[in-house]
Design a protein around this ligand. Structure first.
Ligand SMILES: Cc1cc2nc3c(=O)[nH]c(=O)nc-3n(C[C@H](O)[C@H](O)[C@H](O)COP(=O)(O)OP(=O)(O)OC[C@H]3O[C@@H](n4cnc5c(N)ncnc54)[C@H](O)[C@@H]3O)c2cc1C
Length: 603
């Protein structure tokens, strides 16, 4: 879009009172440019001071936390710093860091030039207006878990919502403007910067309810909900965004809007799965609270096949068993196919006792037992575990002792700062490659299952593949699927039984820190192998679609992949509420109009 089209779009948009002065000042017919610190139009010290006053002093000039390590990589402070990067709460509490430190050949985590550590909606309004008027590249960060690097950008102004983390429960919430048509619902209002661990603590542990959030406890609420959002029990409760009842949003014109089914319904729809950081800054979300089941539990086992032929048979057994017995609201999480002929099962269940869960698995275990020469099952007394649902996310002594749950190890850390050990590997990671694909449930039908088993085996020769069965809604209750249909997510997710994910990452690393730099040769080899593995699956499921938040940075045809037939409607929401593209993220809605770094409008 050129400047003329841009202005026409702005003029035609009823939500914008006026075209910003700074945009008009860009009188050149050349493409619109955002400013960087070295540019003459970069805001003056007096302008920054004005913003600082407007946000109650909560404006910070940032520098890269890695800089001291570049100067003294072997010194004790640097060693300690890199050790701390494995603590997701340390990362989340640092305005200049992100959970993923980069992705080889894609992006490297960079601090913004300045950050507003927002505490109120008024802080957000001030920052949005400042960024728009001064033509700044604007970034929004909550939990900082973006794999795509969309919550950091050099030379930008960051709105950091981490401190907006109030959590309030309601017995009978009615969205504003819906008084005549909505039944009051149990709900929770959450500040945009809250993390799921803290929401689960408030809603489940303390109040005995269930809120649909993410599997990883340190993910931010606003980022996950805008992605769509899958948790361990999504096969029962659906998408996190489908439980959204209302959001408060600051749009590009600096207006505070309420979005729900009755007020600003198109904006509301776009926030449900349209991807974070594209439509405005969400300041508060209100989510439905569901009935909590009695029990949650887990099943963990590892099976080693004695030969390639036995592994192929093992894949056939688990796929048939999944289709027959597990594709229902009780079961979620992962089945992993490793290249060394190892099958790893890490499943969770809800609404079943431990005994009932074991009974479900007995036929599969019997099949393994009948061929001991082929299958070696790693037994463990903790293969089937269950707990009262209310205790699932609480850091009980038992869970800490057995290593089921980990705590933020910083002195004085809040006791509610907990996370699953399995997610620690991703703290501070540098990605090598990552791809995902929604696998249609039709692949499990008799006519296609054998070919699918063959494709999984073939894929596993290149790289490990995980089937996240809670991240596809086939097998979910009809109301959960219907609610998901009323969101912006790619409709392929509704017919998929799983999201297949292939990924590779290295330990915390940073360019220019001697001895701790990313390894591009290894990374590129892994990325190629991941591509080959996923190609085996895509041969059977062409154009499968991919989950915006857990996907390839280099996703070709990302509009169709992330949003499918919903993209045109989503783009219309974007044009209505952010016609000038103040909110830009890599492969976000409307980002095709911008340069890769989001600084220049493409002509
Ligand atoms: C270890 C790990 C585990 C994960 N597990 C799951 C999982 O179980 N299920 C699942 O569905 N996803 C999962 N994800 C993906 C995750 O949900 C998304 O990356 C999500 O967008 C992260 O939100 P965030 O607030 O933590 O991240 P951020 O990086 O802060 O934000 C992500 C995006 O949302 C935008 N954003 C953040 N806050 C706001 C706001 N208030 N208003 C507007 N835009 C905003 C940012 O600009 C950015 O574009 C996981 C990611 C990681 C790294």
């Amino acid at each position: 879009m050129n400047r003329r089209q841009l202005l026409q779009a702005a003029a035609g948009a009823p939500v914008l009172a006026s075209v910003p002065a700074a945009l008009c000042a860009a009188a050149s017919p050349a493409a619109f440019q955002r400013v960087r610190p070295a540019d003459p139009l970069w805001p003056s010290a007096a302008s920054w001071a004005q913003l600082e006053r407007a946000v109650g002093g909560r404006l910070t000039r940032l520098s890269a936390p890695m800089e001291p390590c570049r100067a003294a990589p072997a010194a004790q402070p640097c060693t300690e710093f890199f050790a701390a990067l494995k603590n997701p709460y340390f990362l989340g509490d640092n305005v200049a860091l992100t959970q993923t430190l980069g992705w080889v050949d894609a992006w490297t985590s960079m601090p913004s030039a300045y950050a507003v550590s927002a505490q109120t909606t008024a802080d957000v309004v001030a920052a949005v207006n400042f960024a728009r008027e001064q033509r700044l590249r604007l970034v929004v960060k909550g939990g900082g878990h973006s794999f795509q690097g969309t919550s950091n950008a050099a030379d930008s102004l960051l709105i950091w919502t981490r401190a907006m983390n109030a959590i309030t429960l309601h017995d009978a919430f009615v969205p504003a403007g819906c008084e005549r048509q909505a039944t009051p619902a149990r709900a929770v209002s959450v500040g945009a910067g809250a993390l799921w661990a803290h929401v689960y603590d408030a809603v489940t542990t303390k109040a005995g309810g269930y809120v649909q959030g993410g599997g990883c406890m340190t993910v931010g609420v606003a980022g996950l909900v805008q992605s769509g959002g899958f948790g361990s029990f999504s096969k029962a409760y659906g998408l996190a965004c489908a439980s959204l009842l209302e959001a408060e949003v600051v749009t590009a014109d600096g207006t505070v809007r309420i979005a729900n089914a009755c007020t600003n319904p198109e904006l509301f729809w776009g926030l449900k799965g349209g991807g974070g950081g594209s439509l405005g800054v969400v300041t508060r979300l209100t989510l439905r609270v569901h009935e909590l089941p009695e029990n949650f539990g887990a099943v963990n086992m590892t099976i080693k096949a004695g030969s390639d032929a036995a592994y192929r048979r093992l894949i056939g057994l688990i796929v048939a068993f999944y289709a027959r017995s597990l594709m229902n609201p009780h079961w979620g999480e992962q089945i992993r196919f490793r290249p060394n002929n190892v099958l790893r099962i890490s499943m969770v269940f809800q609404g079943l006792t431990r005994g009932e869960a074991r009974a479900v698995w007995q036929p599969f275990l019997d099949a393994l037992d009948s061929a001991p020469q082929d299958f070696e099952l790693e037994f463990s007394p903790l293969k089937f575990v269950s707990t009262s649902a209310r205790e699932f996310w609480s850091p009980t002594l038992m869970k800490r002792t057995f290593g089921f749950i980990r705590r933020d190890d910083r002195p004085g850390a809040a006791p509610g700062n907990v996370f699953w050990p399995g997610d620690q590997g991703q703290a501070g990671q540098v990605l090598h490659g990552y791809q995902s694909a929604w696998l249609p449930a039709a692949l499990l039908h008799d006519g296609q299952r054998e070919a699918f088993v063959g494709a999984l085996f073939a894929a596993s020769r290149h790289w490990g593949v995980s089937l996240h069965v809670n991240k596809g809604l086939a097998g979910a209750p009809a109301d959960a699927i219907a609610a998901a249909r009323d969101t912006a997510i790619n409709p392929n997710a509704l017919d998929a039984f799983a999201l297949a994910i292939c990924g590779s990452e290295g330990p915390p690393a940073y360019p220019g820190v001697a001895g701790r730099e990313p390894d591009p040769t290894t990374a590129r080899a892994h990325a190629r192998a991941i591509g080959r593995a996923m190609d085996e699956l895509r041969m059977l499921a062409p154009n499968p679609g991919s989950y915006v938040s857990e996907s390839n940075y280099f996703e070709p045809d990302w509009q169709r992949s992330f949003w499918g037939s919903n993209y045109a409607r989503l783009l219309a929401v974007k044009q209505r509420f952010d016609p000038e593209g103040l909110f830009f993220v890599h492969h976000g809605v409307g980002s095709e109009r911008w340069s890769d770094d989001g600084f220049s409008l493409r002509t």
